[in-house]
Ligand binder design. Structure first.
Ligand code: SAM
Length: 337
């Protein structure tokens, strides 16, 4: 990711200037060294013209904790300390708020609804969420306030994503990941997206980069919405997206090779060998759910798979989000040489 190295004493002044010129990447955290700070930037060409040397460095995304902190602060005078501990982070998807309400605070549902409406007056639906189920990874929801619908248009990273939460998988918390990948992709790449859903990864990447994306998805409701989403964003997309409906394990073996493969793998599915076998040289971004004590094991599994396929790989594991205590959703960035 593009950044500049500035002295600690100049950092504040330069950050202010970059912000004023819309050249500061506020989605990332700066990194502090002994006597310098690395500042994340947007638009390297413009920043270079200001006389800075651009460097390429991995700066982490800011955690989106603020949204939860706000709910806590609206409720802190009404709720006991104990009740506050049961409050969970919620998601805003378009004009729908989705929240988990544990049984311990179910009797405070009315207050939670009021607080959400105070914080987000534009909401039209508030729903309680259950867990992901089945091959298509769809959650169960219970609408607890507002219109009786679970379809909406969500805006993220400059694209519009139509979703129907009753019929398809969608996770707004992967916004930062999608942005991270879009920054890594280079114009001209041929990309394969496995388990594509309603195309959030494909849309964000195609918005930023002139690439050719093949997206494979089994759920025909997701495919339909994905095609609508391409149409919805057609004036903004630099890249092309082709959608193939089918099972990745049947479709992908018949396809050629790709420069980059992205696999937002559903939990319990193993598509590692399949994905690696379709890269001669390039990158695989492979998502999985791993206990923190098994991260090295996961890395070794990927390296062994590379050896089996006769590929020389380097593997970088990144924790993407919490899944349950000590278990993380991780992304393995696998460089195939
Ligand atoms: C974890 S979701 C990810 C969806 C999308 N990439 C996103 O981030 O919103 C997994 C997706 O894979 C699809 N899926 C599950 N098994 C599949 C298979 N064998 N072939 C193709 N798609 C599959 C599901 O329907 C679901 O949309």
């Amino acid at each position: 990711m593009p950044a500049i190295r500035v002295s600690k004493s100049d950092a504040e002044k330069i950050k202010k200037l970059l912000k004023k010129l819309n050249l500061y990447d506020g989605k990332r955290r700066p990194k502090r060294g002994e006597d310098f700070i690395l500042l994340p930037i947007l638009n390297p060409e413009k920043v270079k013209k200001l006389g800075f040397e651009i460097i390429d460095v991995n700066l982490p995304l800011r955690p989106e904790r603020q949204i939860f902190k706000n709910l806590e602060s609206v409720l802190k005078d009404k709720f006991s300390e104990e009740e506050l501990q049961y409050l969970r982070r919620y998601d805003i998807i378009g004009d729908i708020a989705v929240i988990q309400i544990p049984p311990e605070i179910e009797h405070r549902q009315k207050d939670i609804i009021e607080a959400l409406l105070t914080l987000h007056p534009f909401l039209k639906v508030i729903a309680k969420r259950g867990f992901h189920e089945g091959t298509f990874r769809i959650r169960r929801y219970e609408i607890i306030w507002g219109e009786k619908r679970l379809s909406t248009v969500h805006k993220e990273n400059g694209v519009k994503i139509k979703v129907d939460l009753e019929r398809v998988f969608f996770n707004p918390r992967m916004k930062g990941e999608r942005y991270r990948l879009a920054q890594r992709v280079k114009d001209g790449e041929k990309i394969l997206l496995l388990f594509a859903g309603v195309l959030p990864y494909a849309l964000v990447i195609a918005k930023y980069k002139n690439v050719e994306i093949t997206a494979v998805e089994l759920n025909d409701e997701a495919v339909k919405l994905g095609l609508e989403n391409i149409e919805l964003n057609k004036n903004k997309l630099k890249g092309k997206i082709e959608v193939v409906q089918g099972d990745v394990f049947e479709v992908v073996p018949k396809l050629g090779y790709f420069d980059r493969i992205i696999s937002p793998t559903p939990r319990g599915v193993d598509a590692l060998n399949l994905a690696l076998s379709k890269i001669k040289s390039g990158w695989l971004h492979y998502y999985d759910f791993v206990h923190e004590k098994d991260i090295q094991k996961f890395k070794n599994r990927i390296l062994n798979e590379c050896i089996k396929l006769g590929k020389d790989c380097e593997v970088f594991i990144k924790k993407v989000s919490d899944f349950k205590p000590h278990v993380f959703k991780v992304c393995a960035d696998v460089g195939v040489k």
